[in-house]
Design a protein around this ligand. Structure first.
Ligand SMILES: NC(=O)c1ccc[n+]([C@@H]2O[C@H](COP(=O)([O-])OP(=O)(O)OC[C@H]3O[C@@H](n4cnc5c(N)ncnc54)[C@H](OP(=O)(O)O)[C@@H]3O)[C@@H](O)[C@H]2O)c1
Length: 237
């Protein structure tokens, strides 16, 4: 089946680079010698992270199509990325009857529209090159319904559907796609909800580590070029 992909010198665009999952992933990618472009909205935090890890940065919101177009121009000066990873997204909890429409929109935008805009921007270059890998971080909440997850699951079920279509569209093109679907992972995404103080949420000690999720993403992107892992669930044993 060929050897695993060597990431040294590979151009990797990582959106959500400063996040709980994104930051250990960025470090793993940098250690593997990848040529990184790191994206998140908060510029100061992104710049200081990149000073530590290495890589170029562009701060902005991947749910904004004008920003994503600018990002494509920034990245594609020397060709399309070899790997595009969407590890951004946001989370919130509320029963549907009490969900603020603005919150619902934010959850669907960050978990579904953002990945779509990135695919739309970078697929033409990848398809023309006949190579590339699109990786999106979905969630167990894209397969399983949990109370309070109306907005989040709308985004995550949606992005799973988007990936299923992408998988069909990419057949035979040389471009791969993978959806990585973690269970609850101990990251700052949970901070506003303080799960250790609630009995309706898993305690942080029972969650996956972000490093374990980063490890699963590294596994997916280093499979031999002829091998595609369409979806991978990551759970606590
Ligand atoms: N943690 C979990 O339990 C868990 C479980 C399953 C799936 N996931 C998924 O894994 C992904 C990463 O989650 P995480 O736990 O690492 O979250 P996190 O710690 O909150 O990190 C999110 C990262 O994405 C960036 N970001 C958020 N919205 C963005 C936007 N619109 N445009 C550009 N960058 C944006 C954030 O930086 P800025 O705020 O500076 O933009 C940050 O770098 C998400 O898709 C999440 O749904 C998480």
């Amino acid at each position: 089946m060929g050897s695993s992909v060597d990431l040294a010198g590979q151009r990797v665009l990582l959106v959500g680079a400063t996040g709980g999952i994104g930051s250990p992933l960025a470090r793993r990618l940098a250690d593997a010698g990848a040529d990184l472009v790191l994206v998140a909205r908060r510029e100061g935090q992104l710049r200081s992270f990149a000073q530590d890890v290495g890589g170029r940065t562009l701060a902005g919101d991947c749910t904004d199509s004008a920003f994503v177009d600018r990002l494509r121009d920034h990245v594609e000066t020397d060709g399309p990325p070899d790997v595009l990873i969407h590890a951004a997204g946001s989370f919130d909890l509320a029963p549907i009857a009490e969900t603020d429409p603005a919150v619902f929109r934010r959850l669907v935008d960050s978990n579904l529209l953002g990945p779509f805009l990135l695919m739309r921007a970078f697929l033409p270059g990848m398809l023309a090159a006949g190579t590339g890998h699109v990786v999106t971080v979905g969630s167990v909440a894209g397969r399983v319904a949990f109370p309070g997850n109306g907005g989040y699951s709308a985004g995550k079920f949606g992005v799973r559907g988007l990936h299923a279509v992408l998988e069909q569209e990419l057949r035979g093109t040389g471009v791969r796609c993978s959806l990585v679907e973690p269970a609850a992972t101990d990251t700052p995404i949970w901070d506003p909800l303080d799960p250790d103080r609630r009995d309706d949420l898993p305690p942080r000690s029972a969650m996956l580590s972000a490093e374990a999720v980063a490890d699963a993403i590294m596994f997916v992107i280093t499979r031999p070029p002829q091998v595609q892992i369409p979806a991978v669930a990551v759970q606590r044993s």
